[in-house]
Design a protein around this ligand. Sequence first.
Ligand code: SAM
Length: 200
Amino acid sequence: MPGDADRERITLPDEDCAVLRDLMLAEEPRVVIEIGLAYGSSAVAIGEALHAIGVPGARHVIVDPFQNQFADAGWSALVAAGLADRCTLLRERSQLALPRLVQESLVADAAFVDGSHIFHNVFVDLVHLRELVRPGGLVVLDDCEWPSVATAVRYFERNTGWRAQAIDRPTRLRAFRLPDPRVEPSFDSFVPFGSDGTEP
Ligand SMILES: C[S@@+](CC[C@H](N)C(=O)[O-])C[C@H]1O[C@@H](n2cnc3c(N)ncnc32)[C@H](O)[C@@H]1O
């Protein structure tokens, strides 16, 4: 079982959890998809928001193939907080689980992305979340200060109409509002999306 230092390095800090909780409270989602459970701080924040909102049939779908490497700490935190009943944990790579959820016609109102930070994995997650999160819904990401994450999301901002939504206090989270209706870009209007703003 990883120690406290590992937990501090990996889990979403308390102040960002509070921001995430408030974003979800304002959004009033019925279905939330979360990628990356680890120690469960973000999952508990989302779960608390769903509990407070009290929408009947609310669902919190969590994807993480490596929860066993955290000795199920995240899942245990949800159970201890009494929030696990509406949660489904898919112990699979999100890049494989999300397309299946698309096939199953799952529709989410919001998503929180804090899984693999490798560019191609984040990009593929966002490709599928663009289909899973309803038009007008919200996608929140942690760690957009990393070029791999920032570059992935920039494609969707520049090419598919995602709009950065201001967050009214300091946080490392970033929130993006999806267009309604969904934007399907044409290949011939493709906008390059280098994270430093320079175009090839
Ligand atoms: C930064 S941690 C998430 C921290 C968590 N939000 C918290 O508050 O404790 C990243 C998580 O992503 C998971 N992860 C890594 N690769 C993944 C993948 N391909 N699909 C889904 N989750 C993945 C890891 O197992 C890890 O739990």
